[in-house]
Design a protein around this ligand. Structure first.
Ligand code: WQD
Length: 318
């Protein structure tokens, strides 16, 4: 099939692009290259475009008219702290960009969409494992834009028969190929690696949470498993009549910050004692996915362990 991947030159998007290419799909990439790296997408046709810019609708319509069968929409701003500082821009980019995409899809009758959503839609849930029916209560503009995006997708499904899957990513890390490594130092594992490379001490934000070892627990999912979930979602859109659904994409197992750091020490061979600092504002103590729906509906399960995640991420930056 012919698939347009927005944000396809980014860390996650490029893994999706490569899996699609490996199975023989034709892939078009749309990326504004603000965080994307052209070298990541091989010989995929690339369109340099910001979805929220003036004129994006018409440019998109002409791209979609090349017999595109489905869109996987990852292009978005994703820095939580920045979203608190620049909420209007986050709405313009993430919500405005999606509105433009949906309108161009409607105008060209492209009716299959996989939408990159986030566990940030849940906010600070008070349950050990969130199901897709756990009430969403995002606590920052980034999470809000993803939740509004899900509503827009649901409305398009109702209004004109869009077939769509919202994938709520949990904590994505690792590398499927060394050249597709996460080059942003924005999340726990890359931050810890950067600290070790700089001969500084990794930081743990809080060791007094109501969790087994006192540090925060998250559901770390390998980027290659996550990319594969997009392919499963595309098949689902083909399989059923006008489906529209939302899926958690995680492993179903939580790991604490201390457990991640212990795995980093094993993989790198560096013995370190982290610096325990105060809790970081807005961190839920525990956030892990209930993955029943995606397993039963899409037949998808994560295959890779925390060791695979840390090991592949470390190898990729050597
Ligand atoms: C993980 C854990 C930190 C750095 C964020 C977004 C979320 C999603 C994924 C996109 C937390 C702790 C971190 C450090 C630490 N993004 N930590 N020392 O906050 O769970 O999720 O990325 O959809 O929306 O909020 O990820 O990697 O920042 O933190 O102890 O130096 O590691 O407190 O418990 P988070 P993270």
């Amino acid at each position: 099939m012919k698939v347009l991947v927005t944000g396809g030159a980014g860390y996650i998007g490029s893994h999706v692009v490569r899996l699609l290419q490996q199975r023989g799909d034709q892939v078009l990439v749309l990326d504004d290259m603000s965080a994307g790296v052209p070298a990541r997408i091989g010989d995929a046709v690339a369109h340099h475009l910001d979805l929220a810019a003036p004129g994006a609708h018409d440019a998109l319509v002409s791209i979609l008219r090349n017999d595109v069968d489905a869109v996987i929409h990852l292009a978005a701003r994703k820095k939580v702290g920045e979203s608190v500082e620049l909420p209007e821009w986050y709405y313009a980019q993430n919500v405005g960009g999606l509105a433009t995409l949906l309108s161009a899809m409607r105008d060209t009758s492209v009716n299959r969409l996989v939408f990159s959503s986030s566990a940030a839609t849940y906010g600070m849930p008070d349950v050990p494992a969130v199901t897709e029916d756990t009430p969403c209560a995002p606590i920052n503009p980034y999470g809000e834009t993803k939740l509004v995006g899900e509503w827009m997708v649901a409305d398009a499904a109702r209004a004109w028969g869009l077939r769509a899957a919202n994938l709520r990513y949990f904590n994505v890390a690792g590398a499927g190929w060394p050249d597709l490594a996460d080059t942003a130092v924005a999340n726990l594992i890359p931050i810890v690696f950067a600290a070790l490379k700089a001969n500084t001490v990794p930081i743990v934000f809080g060791n007094d949470y109501p969790t087994p070892d006192g540090s925060c627990v998250r559901d770390y999912v390998h980027v290659l498993d996550l990319a594969d979930a997009h392919l499963s979602a595309l098949s689902y859109l083909d399989r059923e009549d006008r489906p529209h659904s939302t899926f958690n994409v995680g492993t179903g197992t939580g790991s604490s910050v201390f457990e991640v750091l212990a795995e980093v020490a094993r993989v790198t061979g560096v013995d370190f004692t982290p610096d325990i600092q105060d809790r970081r504002a807005g961190d839920p103590p525990y956030l892990a996915a209930d993955v029943t729906r995606i397993r039963e509906t899409l037949g998808w399960s994560a295959t890779k362990t925390l060791h695979d995640i840390v090991d592949s991420a470390w190898s990729a930056i050597q």
